[in-house]
Design a protein around this ligand. Structure first.
Ligand code: HEC
Length: 188
């Protein structure tokens, strides 16, 4: 009899725990998935400011969404920049190419295009790139003004989410030029 009462008491006590656990599980299901989280982080993180060419409007420059994250447009013709260190460094009006004492850097194509974008990148390479500031995770140092240090401050889960989102945007074929050092030679 006593045992039966105790069992009943135990069931009554455990029931709310089970209920809370079940509700918790349901809430977890409605958490935005990695792609949505990645989109949110990319939009907040300003990646479009440099990796999506800007177009001029009456109110100033806005991202050209038909070229979302395609990087510096391959057909842009530019005069040679002044690379002397000075009080200014230069950006193109589309904000996809930059010149300064480091040479000329071009915002790469972040779309999943296999030949010209991140199509062949792995998630592991992407995390390593953002954590080390090295080209493709193990090469030369990434040039300014790519803010990889800010991305490095995110958790692995958030960096993975950014990569997951980037792999879902429309692939755009756009060969971005290789960066140039101050002597005018291209980096590897
Ligand atoms: C202020 C401009 C700017 C912003 C903002 C920016 N980038 Fe970049 N990004 C660049 C430039 C320029 C390069 C090329 C650097 C180089 O060639 O070394 C680059 C390079 C990269 C690369 C290639 C690295 C490699 O291995 O060579 C990735 C991936 C990347 N950016 C992702 C991002 C993401 C994700 C965001 C948003 C969180 C972002 N970028 C924001 C300018 C920017």
């Amino acid at each position: 009899m006593k045992t039966a009462k105790l069992t009943l008491l135990a069931v009554v006590c455990i029931a709310p725990v089970i209920l809370v656990a079940a509700v918790g599980k349901k809430e977890k299901k409605t958490t935005p998935d990695a792609v949505a989280r990645g989109k949110y982080l990319v939009n907040f993180g300003g990646c479009n400011d440099c990796h999506t060419p800007l177009k001029m409007t009456g109110k100033g420059p806005v991202p050209d969404l038909s070229r979302l994250l395609c990087g510096h447009p391959e057909d842009t013709k530019l005069p040679p920049p002044d690379l002397k260190p000075g009080p200014w460094f230069a950006a193109t009006a589309g904000m996809t190419a930059w010149a300064g004492p480091w040479g000329i850097s071009y915002a790469p194509n972040l779309t999943p295009d296999k030949n010209t974008g991140l199509g062949i990148w792995t998630e592991e390479m992407f995390i390593k790139t953002m954590r080390t500031g090295r080209h493709m995770g193990s090469g030369r140092e990434i040039l300014p003004p790519m803010p990889w240090q800010s991305v490095a401050s995110l958790t692995d889960g958030d960096i993975k989410a950014i990569f997951a989102y980037l792999q879902t945007v429309p692939a755009i074929t756009n060969h971005v030029p290789r960066p140039v050092n101050p002597k005018g030679e291209t980096f590897e």
